[in-house]
Design a protein around this ligand. Structure first.
Ligand code: SAM
Length: 352
């Protein structure tokens, strides 16, 4: 099976390094679950999954419970995404006309599209929604006009307007996610979290100093993203069956491992790396946490496999504990601006 959500550091690619190593086990335990790529490859019958990110575990909990309103919200997002595309297509000619005629066409474009449109009750605050759409139209129209030349087609203009409207909707729900409007119920939180994760730029995580998530909309390439396909998968019987016997926790790894893992269990661990880039992260994982993890793994009776990026500090932590250590190369899949893809040496550490 495939993961349900895109997550930084997803481990599908690493499966090949560990698949022949995996021992027989009673229960599968994954303390740093994230997107759970290895879990979905293995499809264990009995499992404990855990992550310190509460939005993430709440999301899985809602899927496991097949919460009705959560699924209704996901379907609303899928419907709305398609409805907005259709609306824009229907009004293509007028959109181009407004774009060409006026200095500032954002309010006219908004009225053209939405004066007869009924916003569903699933939006949290229509006033905020309208402000966000107009604001995004304004900046998009200004920027598109700047770069318009003889190579710009009408279709380019329409797709940019579509991106502006969708960015406005995304920003509405980003405000909602950042609690700018009202507290959400857990099912609302789970659905909005998933929507934001799917449509934010390159699945990035970054928070400003007030703790607000601040990644913008993914852009034109996300206008036609097939969100419905993902919703169908999340709501599928296959996923339900897989999560049925899974216990979901939202704890720090240490207690979870020491209290829940027995000698019959198998733990797969993909913890955050030992790195200096911490400011984007709400749950920083420092050298003291790395040490705590190594100590916890020395104490557990369960079999484990740990995958981690090699640094001097990490090698030092693990080399004299009697574990088996192998290494492999990993290619990062996407560029962080200004940096090139690079090979990084990873360690595979296990105790059986
Ligand atoms: C590298 S990611 C895991 C990626 C995952 N293997 C996948 O395939 O998508 C590490 C995860 O550890 C979680 N985490 C960070 N600190 C933690 C802690 N102290 N206890 C438990 N989980 C933690 C993060 O929220 C993040 O989801």
């Amino acid at each position: 099976m495939n993961p349900l959500i895109k997550w930084p550091g997803g481990k599908s690619g690493e499966y090949k390094y560990i698949k022949d190593l995996i021992p027989d086990y009673d229960k599968y335990i994954e303390p740093f679950f994230g997107g759970g790529a290895i879990f979905f490859k293995l499809e264990p019958k009995k499992a404990i999954i855990n992550d310190i990110n509460q939005d993430l575990t709440n999301f899985y909990q809602n899927i496991k419970e097949r919460n009705k309103y959560f699924l209704e919200l996901l379907i609303f997002f899928a419907d709305e995404w398609e409805a907005i595309s259709n609306l824009i297509n229907e009004k293509e000619k007028q959109i181009i006309h407004l774009f060409g005629n006026k200095e500032s066409a954002e309010v006219d474009t908004y009225n053209l599209l939405f004066s007869e449109y009924t916003f569903k009750e699933h939006y949290i605050d229509v006033v905020n929604l309208k402000q966000q759409i107009i604001k995004n139209l304004k900046s998009k129209i200004r920027r598109t006009k700047k770069i318009t030349d003889e190579t710009t087609t009408n279709d380019d203009i329409v797709r940019n307007i579509e991106a502006a409207v969708k960015s406005g909707i995304y920003m509405h729900f980003r405000d909602v996610y950042n609690k700018k409007i009202r507290e959400l119920t857990s099912e609302e939180k789970a659905a909005v979290f998933f929507f934001i994760r799917e449509f934010c730029y390159a699945s990035m995580f970054r928070y400003n100093k007030n703790g607000d998530f601040n990644i913008p909309y993914g852009g034109i390439g996300y206008n036609r993203k097939n969100f419905r396909l993902k919703v169908d998968y999340i709501a599928s019987n296959e996923v339900f069956q897989q999560l049925k016997n899974v216990e979901i926790f939202n704890e720090d790894f240490e207690d979870l491992i020491l209290k829940k893992a027995t000698s019959k269990d198998f733990i797969f661990l993909d913890p955050p790396y030992d790195s200096e880039f911490k400011d984007y992260d709400k749950n920083p994982f420092g050298k003291d946490d790395q040490k705590r993890l190594a100590d916890t793994l020395s104490k557990t009776e369960a079999k484990f496999i740990l995958i981690i990026k090699q640094t001097e500090f990490i090698s030092g932590l693990y080399k004299s504990r009697g574990f088996k250590i192998e290494s492999f190369e990993k290619t990062y899949l996407y560029n962080v601006r200004g940096r090139n893809d690079r090979e990084v040496n990873h360690l595979l550490i296990y105790n059986f």
